[in-house]
Design a protein around this ligand. Structure first.
Ligand code: DHK
Length: 152
């Protein structure tokens, strides 16, 4: 079988994702954010994806990166973290992205507090991965590869 075409994917992480593995390991697991990033880099390489993996605590930075992705990326994976439940501005930026979007959460947000049960950004998502911990990050990348390979 021929190798799939190389595609560019942005993987954006919101506020406090940099604390994964350092606090609340019961919810988010013991992998640090750096470990998560290197696991994703390995999976992306295996699937011929060029991965741009970023994290910010700032809503504006995340929105700027989504706008940058509109020009530079074929697919977008996003863990909005706490902004998932508050940011219509992040939703509006994501709605402007023309390619597939995978929303990812380390935890199963529907088993948690009610305020985590409504994601604004899901309206822009092609699909969602939640509750699978760090494995979910790799699964989101594999799902993105399949979405990018779909015939229009
Ligand atoms: C990450 C966070 O930081 C929380 O604010 C969300 C999400 C859940 C996650 O499971 O990855 O509520």
């Amino acid at each position: 079988m021929s190798k799939p075409a190389r595609r560019a994917v942005y993987f954006l992480n919101g506020p406090n994702a940099n604390l994964y593995g350092l606090t609340d390991t019961g919810t988010y697991g013991a992998d640090t954010f750096e470990t998560l990033e290197s696991r994703c880099a390995i999976e992306a390489k295996r699937l011929s994806l060029t991965l741009d993996f970023r994290q910010s605590n700032s809503e504006g930075a995340l929105i700027d990166w989504v706008q940058e992705a509109i020009r530079k990326a074929d697919g977008l994976i996003v863990n909005g973290a706490g902004l998932t439940y508050t940011s219509i501005a992040l939703l509006d930026a994501l709605l402007a992205f023309p390619g597939p979007i995978v929303e990812v959460h380390m935890s199963n947000i529907y088993r948690r507090e009610p305020f985590r049960h409504h994601s604004y950004i899901s309206k822009a998502a092609t699909g969602i991965v939640a509750g699978l911990g760090a494995d979910g990050y790799e699964i989101a990348i594999a799902a993105m590869r399949r979405l990018l390979d779909r015939k229009p």
